[in-house]
Design a protein. Sequence first.
Length: 127
Amino acid sequence: MPTVFLHDNEYMLRKTFGLFASETNLAKIVETSEIAQAKIKLFANPFDMVIIGFDNWFEEIHLIELVRDEMTPSKKDIPIIVIVPNVTSNQIDTLKQLNVAEILLKPARIKTIQKAFLNSFTQISTI
């Protein structure tokens, strides 16, 4: 079963998505709401997928860079899904350069996140 890292400050989003993943036996979810916790967990565990809700552009971009620069035990090419409150064309370019699989806008519906997860889950299941 894949392990998915989920960082977002919204409690209901984390809990609802975590419940979906565990009830369907698709993935084990490791959740964080604070950047400091996120870094600790990213450095401590390998993940098969990362989902990051953005609150502070620079801090969350840094989390993605840690994975992509092989500073964590996760493979550098794992799928990454981001959930952003707004996004500019320059920010989209940055996210594409970091090989982000999906960009979702807040407030994202759980169903939209589940669909993005399942699309990326198909990628990691075939690897």
